[in-house]
Design a binder for this molecule. Structure first.
Ligand SMILES: [Zn+2]
Ligand SMILES: [Zn+2]
Length: 261
């Protein structure tokens, strides 16, 4: 009898341990999942100064591929021609053996036009989804439904702005308005301006890369003196061309000095 009681007690004890474990394990797992769900996105490597990351963009030393994320306001999606031309241009200059890829998605209008730095940084913070990962460098391009704030409540004479080490804004509404009656496709104009802003992200001219030869435009910061170079100032407003503007030998020499093709 004594033995029976002991056995009963023991089995209740074992059963309660067992049933406890059965119930508690899933709860613990759920809690862990809940804590881990909002993955901590490390944005720090995408918040450096503009032009200071030329070698990371141009070489495969750390980043073997390039991801270009384009957030566009409805109605301002870049043309396929622009994406093809830009990719072709980048493939000719940067070393990314694992490729250059795009992700495009629409974003709601911020209703903040004309935009200043605070605007485009807060828009990026809200809508940018991709940041640098282990071997992939991510670029953010925002196609905006308005122009650049000229500081006096008006619209500045600009079609794009590169800022921080991997970000740019394209003033797509301004670009569409400007080129609507010109003898050049919108896609080509978009490719030009994105290529030009990439030039600033590379660190051209003398905005991150020390020029190998002197070709800095004394009149505007970050531009090249060669008239037909992609990095010449005012190229954004050209309207009679058959193909994308290219970099001249001076600019290519600069890119090569930090690992570009
Ligand atoms: Zn420029
Ligand atoms: Zn140049």
């Amino acid at each position: 009898m004594k033995n029976h009681k002991l056995l009963l007690c023991l089995s209740i004890f074992i059963f309660s341990i067992y049933s406890c474990s059965e119930e508690e394990i899933p709860e613990i797992q759920e809690e862990i999942e809940e804590v881990q769900e909002p993955t901590i996105v490390d944005k720090s490597e995408n918040r450096h100064q503009m032009g200071s990351w030329g070698s990371q963009i141009l070489t495969d030393t750390k980043y073997r591929s390039l991801l270009i994320e384009i957030g566009y306001v409805e109605g301002f999606k870049p043309k396929d021609e622009a994406l093809e031309k830009l990719k072709e241009f980048l493939e000719g200059r940067i070393n990314k053996p694992d490729g250059i890829n795009y992700i495009l998605h629409s974003v709601p209008s911020s209703n903040k036009a004309p935009f200043d730095r605070e605007d485009w940084e807060s828009i990026e913070d809200e809508y940018r989804e991709n940041y640098n990962s282990e071997e992939e460098l991510a670029i953010w391009i925002y196609f905006a439904d308005g122009g650049k704030d000229d500081g006096n409540g008006g619209v500045a004479n600009a079609l794009g702005t590169a800022y921080k080490n991997t970000s740019m804004i394209i003033y797509s509404k301004e670009l569409n308005d400007w080129y609507s009656d010109k003898n050049i496709s919108i896609g080509l104009a978009e490719a030009n301006i994105m290529g030009h802003e990439f030039g600033h992200l590379f660190g051209l001219v003398d905005e991150g890369i020390s020029p190998v030869s002197d070709h800095t435009d004394p009149e505007t910061t970050g531009h090249c003196i060669t008239e037909n170079c992609l990095m010449a100032s005012g190229k954004n407003y050209s309207y009679n061309q058959q193909d994308m503007f290219l970099l001249d030998d001076y600019c290519i020499e600069d890119l090569r000095s930090i690992g570009g093709k």
